[in-house]
Design a protein around this ligand. Structure first.
Ligand code: SF4
Length: 397
Protein backbone atom coordinates (compact mmCIF):
# COMPACT_ATOMS: atom_id res chain seq x y z
CA UNK A 1 0.00 0.00 0.00
CA UNK A 2 1.43 3.39 -0.84
CA UNK A 3 2.16 5.76 2.00
CA UNK A 4 -0.43 8.36 0.86
CA UNK A 5 -3.22 5.78 0.95
CA UNK A 6 -2.08 4.54 4.36
CA UNK A 7 -2.16 8.10 5.65
CA UNK A 8 -5.70 8.63 4.33
CA UNK A 9 -6.92 5.46 5.99
CA UNK A 10 -5.27 6.47 9.24
CA UNK A 11 -6.89 9.90 9.23
CA UNK A 12 -10.26 8.40 8.34
CA UNK A 13 -10.15 6.29 11.50
CA UNK A 14 -12.65 7.91 13.85
CA UNK A 15 -11.16 6.21 16.89
CA UNK A 16 -7.85 8.09 16.45
CA UNK A 17 -7.42 10.50 19.37
CA UNK A 18 -7.30 14.24 18.68
CA UNK A 19 -3.67 14.61 19.80
CA UNK A 20 -2.42 11.75 17.61
CA UNK A 21 -4.48 13.06 14.69
CA UNK A 22 -2.89 16.51 15.11
CA UNK A 23 0.60 14.96 15.05
CA UNK A 24 -0.24 12.89 11.97
CA UNK A 25 -1.47 16.01 10.19
CA UNK A 26 1.72 17.87 11.07
CA UNK A 27 3.86 15.05 9.71
CA UNK A 28 1.78 14.88 6.57
CA UNK A 29 2.36 18.55 5.86
CA UNK A 30 6.05 18.32 6.69
CA UNK A 31 5.88 20.34 9.92
CA UNK A 32 8.17 19.71 12.86
CA UNK A 33 6.72 18.01 15.95
CA UNK A 34 7.47 19.38 19.41
CA UNK A 35 9.25 17.84 22.39
CA UNK A 36 5.95 17.14 24.17
CA UNK A 37 4.41 15.63 21.07
CA UNK A 38 7.36 13.30 20.79
CA UNK A 39 6.95 12.17 24.41
CA UNK A 40 3.29 11.58 23.64
CA UNK A 41 4.25 9.36 20.69
CA UNK A 42 6.42 7.24 22.95
CA UNK A 43 3.67 6.99 25.57
CA UNK A 44 0.60 6.51 23.43
CA UNK A 45 1.25 5.71 19.79
CA UNK A 46 0.83 2.19 18.49
CA UNK A 47 3.28 0.55 16.15
CA UNK A 48 0.95 0.63 13.13
CA UNK A 49 0.36 4.38 13.49
CA UNK A 50 4.08 5.10 13.91
CA UNK A 51 4.93 2.92 10.92
CA UNK A 52 2.59 4.90 8.66
CA UNK A 53 4.09 8.24 9.71
CA UNK A 54 7.73 7.12 9.63
CA UNK A 55 7.41 5.24 6.37
CA UNK A 56 5.83 8.22 4.65
CA UNK A 57 8.83 10.37 5.66
CA UNK A 58 11.27 7.66 4.62
CA UNK A 59 9.62 7.20 1.23
CA UNK A 60 9.35 10.95 0.63
CA UNK A 61 13.08 11.28 1.18
CA UNK A 62 14.44 8.07 -0.28
CA UNK A 63 11.64 6.11 -1.99
CA UNK A 64 12.59 2.44 -1.68
CA UNK A 65 16.32 3.16 -1.72
CA UNK A 66 18.17 1.37 1.04
CA UNK A 67 21.83 2.05 1.54
CA UNK A 68 24.73 -0.05 2.72
CA UNK A 69 28.47 0.24 2.52
CA UNK A 70 31.45 -2.05 2.39
CA UNK A 71 33.66 -1.48 5.36
CA UNK A 72 35.81 -3.25 7.89
CA UNK A 73 36.48 -2.51 11.51
CA UNK A 74 39.63 -2.08 13.54
CA UNK A 75 39.12 -2.27 17.28
CA UNK A 76 42.50 -1.16 18.65
CA UNK A 77 41.86 -2.50 22.15
CA UNK A 78 39.18 -3.78 24.48
CA UNK A 79 41.02 -2.37 27.49
CA UNK A 80 39.59 0.84 28.81
CA UNK A 81 40.25 3.38 31.50
CA UNK A 82 36.49 3.81 31.89
CA UNK A 83 33.97 1.41 33.32
CA UNK A 84 30.61 2.07 31.68
CA UNK A 85 27.96 -0.09 33.28
CA UNK A 86 26.34 -1.18 30.02
CA UNK A 87 29.63 -2.11 28.35
CA UNK A 88 30.10 -5.81 27.58
CA UNK A 89 33.15 -5.16 25.53
CA UNK A 90 35.79 -3.54 27.65
CA UNK A 91 38.10 -5.00 30.24
CA UNK A 92 39.31 -2.70 32.95
CA UNK A 93 42.88 -1.72 32.45
CA UNK A 94 43.93 -3.48 35.68
CA UNK A 95 42.76 -6.80 34.22
CA UNK A 96 45.07 -6.44 31.28
CA UNK A 97 45.66 -10.14 30.76
CA UNK A 98 42.06 -10.56 29.52
CA UNK A 99 42.38 -7.95 26.81
CA UNK A 100 44.03 -7.17 23.52
CA UNK A 101 45.86 -4.03 22.47
CA UNK A 102 47.09 -3.75 18.92
CA UNK A 103 50.32 -2.02 18.04
CA UNK A 104 50.41 0.50 15.21
CA UNK A 105 51.96 -2.16 12.96
CA UNK A 106 49.25 -4.70 13.79
CA UNK A 107 46.58 -2.17 12.86
CA UNK A 108 48.30 -1.36 9.59
CA UNK A 109 48.56 -5.09 8.87
CA UNK A 110 44.76 -5.32 9.26
CA UNK A 111 44.39 -2.52 6.69
CA UNK A 112 46.79 -4.34 4.33
CA UNK A 113 44.68 -7.50 4.54
CA UNK A 114 42.07 -5.60 2.53
CA UNK A 115 44.42 -4.53 -0.24
CA UNK A 116 42.75 -5.14 -3.58
CA UNK A 117 39.32 -5.62 -1.99
CA UNK A 118 36.50 -3.20 -2.85
CA UNK A 119 36.02 -1.82 0.66
CA UNK A 120 35.56 1.93 0.89
CA UNK A 121 35.77 2.61 4.62
CA UNK A 122 37.72 1.64 7.71
CA UNK A 123 35.80 2.12 10.95
CA UNK A 124 38.13 2.46 13.94
CA UNK A 125 36.75 2.45 17.47
CA UNK A 126 37.55 0.68 20.71
CA UNK A 127 38.48 1.24 24.35
CA UNK A 128 40.37 4.21 25.75
CA UNK A 129 44.02 3.58 26.64
CA UNK A 130 46.67 6.12 27.72
CA UNK A 131 49.28 5.02 25.16
CA UNK A 132 46.90 5.74 22.29
CA UNK A 133 47.37 9.49 22.35
CA UNK A 134 47.19 12.36 19.88
CA UNK A 135 50.56 11.49 18.35
CA UNK A 136 49.66 7.80 18.03
CA UNK A 137 46.35 8.36 16.30
CA UNK A 138 47.77 11.10 14.06
CA UNK A 139 50.47 8.71 12.89
CA UNK A 140 47.95 5.89 12.44
CA UNK A 141 45.65 8.00 10.26
CA UNK A 142 48.57 9.37 8.24
CA UNK A 143 49.98 5.89 7.66
CA UNK A 144 46.61 4.47 6.57
CA UNK A 145 46.13 7.37 4.14
CA UNK A 146 49.61 6.90 2.76
CA UNK A 147 49.08 3.19 2.23
CA UNK A 148 45.59 3.48 0.78
CA UNK A 149 44.47 7.02 -0.06
CA UNK A 150 41.03 5.92 -1.34
CA UNK A 151 40.01 4.36 1.99
CA UNK A 152 37.74 6.65 4.01
CA UNK A 153 38.88 6.84 7.63
CA UNK A 154 35.94 7.03 10.04
CA UNK A 155 37.42 6.89 13.48
CA UNK A 156 37.08 7.38 17.23
CA UNK A 157 34.34 9.05 19.19
CA UNK A 158 34.30 12.15 21.40
CA UNK A 159 35.03 9.77 24.29
CA UNK A 160 38.52 9.13 22.89
CA UNK A 161 38.98 12.66 21.54
CA UNK A 162 38.04 14.30 24.85
CA UNK A 163 40.51 12.00 26.65
CA UNK A 164 43.46 12.47 24.29
CA UNK A 165 43.01 16.23 23.87
CA UNK A 166 42.77 16.73 27.62
CA UNK A 167 45.95 14.72 28.10
CA UNK A 168 47.71 16.75 25.40
CA UNK A 169 46.32 20.01 26.90
CA UNK A 170 44.80 21.13 23.62
CA UNK A 171 41.29 22.42 23.02
CA UNK A 172 38.73 20.59 20.91
CA UNK A 173 39.01 22.93 17.92
CA UNK A 174 42.80 22.52 17.74
CA UNK A 175 42.60 18.79 18.30
CA UNK A 176 39.98 18.13 15.63
CA UNK A 177 41.94 20.22 13.14
CA UNK A 178 45.02 18.09 13.88
CA UNK A 179 43.01 14.91 13.29
CA UNK A 180 41.67 16.27 10.03
CA UNK A 181 45.15 17.21 8.88
CA UNK A 182 46.33 13.69 9.75
CA UNK A 183 43.72 12.13 7.45
CA UNK A 184 40.58 11.62 9.52
CA UNK A 185 37.54 12.04 7.29
CA UNK A 186 34.53 11.48 9.49
CA UNK A 187 33.58 10.50 13.00
CA UNK A 188 31.15 7.75 13.91
CA UNK A 189 28.22 8.26 16.24
CA UNK A 190 29.36 6.29 19.28
CA UNK A 191 29.81 7.42 22.87
CA UNK A 192 26.57 9.41 22.89
CA UNK A 193 24.63 6.91 25.07
CA UNK A 194 22.04 9.18 26.75
CA UNK A 195 23.11 12.81 27.07
CA UNK A 196 21.01 13.74 30.09
CA UNK A 197 23.33 13.89 33.13
CA UNK A 198 20.87 12.11 35.45
CA UNK A 199 21.19 8.98 33.34
CA UNK A 200 24.72 9.45 32.04
CA UNK A 201 26.21 9.65 35.52
CA UNK A 202 24.63 6.30 36.38
CA UNK A 203 25.68 4.36 33.30
CA UNK A 204 28.79 6.09 31.99
CA UNK A 205 30.26 8.35 34.60
CA UNK A 206 33.74 9.83 34.13
CA UNK A 207 33.82 9.79 30.36
CA UNK A 208 32.94 12.90 28.35
CA UNK A 209 29.63 14.53 29.22
CA UNK A 210 26.76 14.92 26.81
CA UNK A 211 27.64 18.57 26.29
CA UNK A 212 31.28 17.72 25.57
CA UNK A 213 30.17 15.05 23.07
CA UNK A 214 28.07 17.65 21.26
CA UNK A 215 30.82 20.26 21.40
CA UNK A 216 33.36 17.95 19.73
CA UNK A 217 30.93 17.16 16.92
CA UNK A 218 30.23 20.87 16.54
CA UNK A 219 33.94 21.65 16.17
CA UNK A 220 34.24 18.87 13.62
CA UNK A 221 31.28 20.19 11.65
CA UNK A 222 32.79 23.68 11.69
CA UNK A 223 35.68 22.22 9.70
CA UNK A 224 33.17 21.28 7.01
CA UNK A 225 33.27 17.61 8.00
CA UNK A 226 30.51 15.05 8.62
CA UNK A 227 29.64 12.73 11.47
CA UNK A 228 26.95 10.39 12.78
CA UNK A 229 25.05 10.21 16.05
CA UNK A 230 23.76 7.34 18.18
CA UNK A 231 21.48 6.86 21.20
CA UNK A 232 21.66 3.90 23.57
CA UNK A 233 18.05 3.15 24.51
CA UNK A 234 16.08 0.62 26.49
CA UNK A 235 17.78 0.56 29.90
CA UNK A 236 17.13 2.94 32.83
CA UNK A 237 16.15 5.99 30.83
CA UNK A 238 12.60 7.26 30.60
CA UNK A 239 10.99 8.25 27.32
CA UNK A 240 11.57 11.94 27.90
CA UNK A 241 15.32 11.31 28.26
CA UNK A 242 15.30 9.88 24.74
CA UNK A 243 13.45 12.94 23.50
CA UNK A 244 15.87 15.23 25.34
CA UNK A 245 18.74 13.38 23.62
CA UNK A 246 17.21 13.73 20.17
CA UNK A 247 16.28 17.35 20.85
CA UNK A 248 19.94 18.20 21.51
CA UNK A 249 20.93 16.50 18.27
CA UNK A 250 18.17 18.24 16.32
CA UNK A 251 19.24 21.63 17.68
CA UNK A 252 22.90 21.08 16.81
CA UNK A 253 21.91 19.85 13.38
CA UNK A 254 19.89 23.05 12.84
CA UNK A 255 23.06 24.96 13.62
CA UNK A 256 25.69 22.98 11.68
CA UNK A 257 23.99 20.54 9.31
CA UNK A 258 26.97 18.22 9.81
CA UNK A 259 25.20 15.02 10.89
CA UNK A 260 24.46 12.46 8.24
CA UNK A 261 22.83 9.60 10.08
CA UNK A 262 21.13 8.77 13.35
CA UNK A 263 21.64 5.25 14.68
CA UNK A 264 19.52 4.05 17.63
CA UNK A 265 21.45 1.39 19.55
CA UNK A 266 19.54 -1.16 21.59
CA UNK A 267 20.82 -1.84 25.10
CA UNK A 268 21.84 -5.50 25.38
CA UNK A 269 22.19 -7.11 28.79
CA UNK A 270 24.76 -9.83 28.30
CA UNK A 271 27.95 -9.80 30.40
CA UNK A 272 27.76 -6.30 31.77
CA UNK A 273 26.91 -4.57 35.02
CA UNK A 274 23.30 -3.99 33.98
CA UNK A 275 22.45 -7.62 33.29
CA UNK A 276 19.49 -7.45 35.66
CA UNK A 277 17.71 -4.99 33.36
CA UNK A 278 15.48 -6.75 30.84
CA UNK A 279 15.90 -5.86 27.18
CA UNK A 280 13.08 -4.10 25.38
CA UNK A 281 11.03 -5.96 22.79
CA UNK A 282 11.38 -5.89 19.02
CA UNK A 283 8.14 -3.89 18.97
CA UNK A 284 9.83 -1.21 21.07
CA UNK A 285 12.85 -1.28 18.74
CA UNK A 286 10.61 -0.59 15.76
CA UNK A 287 8.66 2.10 17.61
CA UNK A 288 11.93 3.78 18.50
CA UNK A 289 13.20 3.77 14.90
CA UNK A 290 9.91 5.22 13.75
CA UNK A 291 9.81 7.97 16.39
CA UNK A 292 13.42 8.91 15.62
CA UNK A 293 12.50 9.22 11.92
CA UNK A 294 9.54 11.43 12.81
CA UNK A 295 11.35 13.67 15.31
CA UNK A 296 14.69 14.14 13.57
CA UNK A 297 13.31 15.97 10.57
CA UNK A 298 16.72 17.46 9.77
CA UNK A 299 18.60 14.14 9.66
CA UNK A 300 18.82 12.63 6.21
CA UNK A 301 19.30 9.01 7.26
CA UNK A 302 18.25 6.58 9.98
CA UNK A 303 20.41 3.49 10.23
CA UNK A 304 19.96 0.04 11.75
CA UNK A 305 22.91 -2.23 12.50
CA UNK A 306 21.73 -5.56 11.17
CA UNK A 307 24.45 -7.30 13.18
CA UNK A 308 22.97 -5.91 16.38
CA UNK A 309 19.25 -6.43 15.87
CA UNK A 310 19.23 -9.50 13.56
CA UNK A 311 18.67 -9.69 9.84
CA UNK A 312 14.92 -10.14 10.07
CA UNK A 313 14.38 -7.16 12.40
CA UNK A 314 16.61 -5.11 10.09
CA UNK A 315 14.32 -6.04 7.19
CA UNK A 316 11.27 -5.01 9.22
CA UNK A 317 12.91 -1.73 10.24
CA UNK A 318 12.93 -0.68 6.57
CA UNK A 319 9.18 -0.05 6.97
CA UNK A 320 9.67 1.99 10.14
CA UNK A 321 11.87 4.83 8.96
CA UNK A 322 15.20 3.08 8.43
CA UNK A 323 16.89 3.61 5.06
CA UNK A 324 20.41 2.36 5.81
CA UNK A 325 21.70 -1.00 6.95
CA UNK A 326 25.30 -1.08 8.04
CA UNK A 327 27.33 -3.22 5.75
CA UNK A 328 30.07 -5.05 7.59
CA UNK A 329 31.31 -7.74 5.29
CA UNK A 330 33.20 -9.89 7.71
CA UNK A 331 33.45 -10.41 11.45
CA UNK A 332 36.07 -7.75 12.15
CA UNK A 333 33.88 -6.31 14.89
CA UNK A 334 33.40 -7.93 18.27
CA UNK A 335 31.48 -5.05 19.82
CA UNK A 336 28.03 -6.40 18.98
CA UNK A 337 28.63 -10.09 19.61
CA UNK A 338 30.21 -9.41 23.00
CA UNK A 339 27.16 -7.36 23.97
CA UNK A 340 24.83 -10.26 23.22
CA UNK A 341 23.76 -9.24 19.73
CA UNK A 342 21.73 -11.62 17.59
CA UNK A 343 24.61 -12.06 15.18
CA UNK A 344 27.54 -13.72 16.88
CA UNK A 345 29.54 -13.83 13.63
CA UNK A 346 28.41 -10.74 11.75
CA UNK A 347 29.49 -11.59 8.23
CA UNK A 348 27.47 -11.03 5.11
CA UNK A 349 28.55 -10.97 1.50
CA UNK A 350 27.40 -8.14 -0.74
CA UNK A 351 25.08 -10.53 -2.50
CA UNK A 352 23.49 -11.66 0.75
CA UNK A 353 22.97 -8.07 1.86
CA UNK A 354 21.49 -7.11 -1.52
CA UNK A 355 19.09 -10.06 -1.37
CA UNK A 356 18.11 -9.24 2.19
CA UNK A 357 17.15 -5.72 1.09
CA UNK A 358 15.36 -6.90 -2.07
CA UNK A 359 13.42 -9.53 -0.12
CA UNK A 360 12.06 -6.70 2.02
CA UNK A 361 10.77 -5.01 -1.16
CA UNK A 362 13.42 -2.29 -1.18
CA UNK A 363 16.03 -1.05 -3.61
CA UNK A 364 19.65 -1.78 -2.61
CA UNK A 365 22.28 0.90 -3.14
CA UNK A 366 25.90 0.56 -2.19
CA UNK A 367 27.16 3.93 -0.95
CA UNK A 368 30.42 5.36 0.23
CA UNK A 369 30.67 6.94 3.68
CA UNK A 370 29.30 10.26 2.41
CA UNK A 371 26.35 8.61 0.64
CA UNK A 372 27.71 8.93 -2.88
CA UNK A 373 26.28 6.05 -4.89
CA UNK A 374 28.86 3.40 -5.75
CA UNK A 375 26.61 0.71 -7.24
CA UNK A 376 22.88 0.50 -7.80
CA UNK A 377 22.02 -3.18 -7.27
CA UNK A 378 18.38 -3.08 -8.30
CA UNK A 379 18.96 -4.84 -11.62
CA UNK A 380 22.40 -6.19 -10.91
CA UNK A 381 23.13 -9.82 -11.80
CA UNK A 382 25.69 -11.55 -9.62
CA UNK A 383 27.99 -14.05 -11.32
CA UNK A 384 27.00 -17.69 -10.74
CA UNK A 385 29.89 -18.55 -8.44
CA UNK A 386 28.85 -15.83 -5.98
CA UNK A 387 25.48 -17.46 -5.21
CA UNK A 388 24.71 -17.04 -1.52
CA UNK A 389 25.91 -19.45 1.09
CA UNK A 390 23.40 -20.68 3.61
CA UNK A 391 23.22 -18.31 6.53
CA UNK A 392 24.90 -19.54 9.65
CA UNK A 393 22.51 -19.92 12.53
CA UNK A 394 23.39 -17.50 15.33
CA UNK A 395 25.28 -19.36 18.05
CA UNK A 396 24.55 -17.97 21.47
CA UNK A 397 27.28 -18.23 24.06
S1 SF4 B 1 31.60 1.96 26.45
FE1 SF4 B 1 33.56 2.67 25.60
S2 SF4 B 1 34.31 4.14 27.14
FE2 SF4 B 1 32.75 2.89 28.16
S3 SF4 B 1 33.90 1.20 29.11
FE3 SF4 B 1 33.19 0.47 27.11
S4 SF4 B 1 34.92 0.86 25.74
FE4 SF4 B 1 35.24 2.12 27.58
Amino acid sequence: MNSELSFNLLLADQSLSADLRAIAEKVRSGDRISFDECVLLYEKAELGYLGILANSIREKRHGDKTYFNRNFHIEPTNLCVYDCKFCSYSVLIKERSDGWEYTMQEMLDIVKKYDGQPVTEVHIVGGVLPQYDVAFYSELFTSIRKHRPDLHIKALTPVEYHYIFKKAKIDYATGMKMMKDAGLESIPGGGAEIFHPDIRVQIAKDKCTGDQWLEIHEEWHKLGMRSNATMLYGHIEEYWHRVDHMEKLRSLQDKTGGFQTFIPLKFRNQDNQMSDIPEVSVIEDLRNYAIARIYLDNFEHIKAYWAMISRSTAQLSLNFGVDDIDGTLDDTTKIYSMAGAEEQHPAMTTQELVELIKNAGRHPIERDTLYNVITDYQNHEFPQEEKPKFYKLPVLN
